[in-house]
Write a protein that binds this ligand. Structure first.
Ligand SMILES: Cc1cc(C)[n+](CCc2c[nH]cn2)c(C)c1
Ligand SMILES: [Zn+2]
Length: 259
């Protein structure tokens, strides 16, 4: 009979280098942040990171098949300062997380410690004409990473986490009809680590200035569980989306700076 070629289930991080050799590159992400090796850089505080998001920038939530993604109309939603030499505009935010009730799930780790989830706010450099042009340039993207810890409910995250049940399958999408300011997801204390890295999923472009907030924000066990309302393809068919994180990659001599 005919050779049945099943649709290939995405290969895990340890196979990505076969199709994307840059997976073994010199500025891959995420990394383990060794706090004692981070270098406080006064320049980062002299020119504070400025985050100014509008509160009607969030358009919809979609299931990308790898995470939830809040699609943002970047108008008037920009960051600048800190490690950034240009203005960057928010295009989307999403997250990475682990198994139900577990403590792994974040992509970056801090002195080897993992968090149950990590939010990524993705911005592109306004010197380029669009995110498609920026995505593979060394200064093309800036991603703010926020660790989620398990604790009390995060009121600001609730309007978003309540939508996950509405987008169970890949390409499902629901409009965001309410005003929402993504800055509510940032910790109160704005201290961060910053280093030059990459996208953490294929095509793994080495185009990201990472800004990883030092303080986690608390979300409830129920809000972490809501992430599992999202479904994806597993080798044994459709299942709960989880463990969509890449483990830490070699630092390759890079410097991590700190506020
Ligand atoms: C323009 C763009 C393209 C891709 C594949 N991603 C996904 C790769 C990724 C997810 N989290 C960190 N990197 C991002 C963030 C931005
Ligand atoms: Zn991400």
């Amino acid at each position: 009979g005919f050779l049945q070629v099943a649709s290939p289930v995405p290969q895990g991080p340890n196979k990505w280098h076969e199709q994307f050799p840059i997976a073994k590159g010199q500025r891959q992400s995420p990394i383990d942040i060794v706090t004692s090796n981070a270098k406080v850089d006064k320049a980062l505080s002299d020119n504070p990171l400025k985050v100014s998001y509008s509160n009607n920038c969030c358009q919809s939530v979609t299931n990308t098949g790898a995470s939830f993604q809040v699609v943002v109309d970047g108008a008037g939603t920009e960051i600048s300062g800190g490690p950034l030499d240009s203005t960057y505009k928010l295009v989307q935010f999403h997250a990475h997380w682990g198994p139900l009730g577990g403590d792994e799930g974040s992509e970056h780790t801090v002195d080897g410690v993992t968090y149950p989830a990590e939010l990524h706010l993705v911005h592109w450099n306004q010197k380029y004409k669009d995110v498609g042009e920026a995505v593979d340039k060394p200064d093309g993207l800036a991603v703010i990473g926020v660790f989620f810890s398990r604790g009390k409910e995060h009121a600001g995250f609730k309007p978003i986490s309540d939508l996950f049940a509405k987008v169970p399958r890949k390409a499902d999408k629901v409009d965001i009809s309410f005003n929402y300011d993504p800055a509510c997801l940032l910790p109160a204390r704005r201290d961060y680590w910053t280093y030059l890295g990459s996208l953490t999923t294929p095509p793994l472009f080495e185009s990201v200035t990472w800004i990883v907030m030092k303080d986690p924000v608390e979300v409830s066990a129920e809000q972490l569980a809501a992430l599992r309302n999202l479904l994806w393809e597993t080798p044994s068919g459709e299942g709960q989306m989880c463990n969509n994180y890449r483990p830490p990659q070699p630092l390759q001599g890079r410097l991590v700076r700190s506020t």
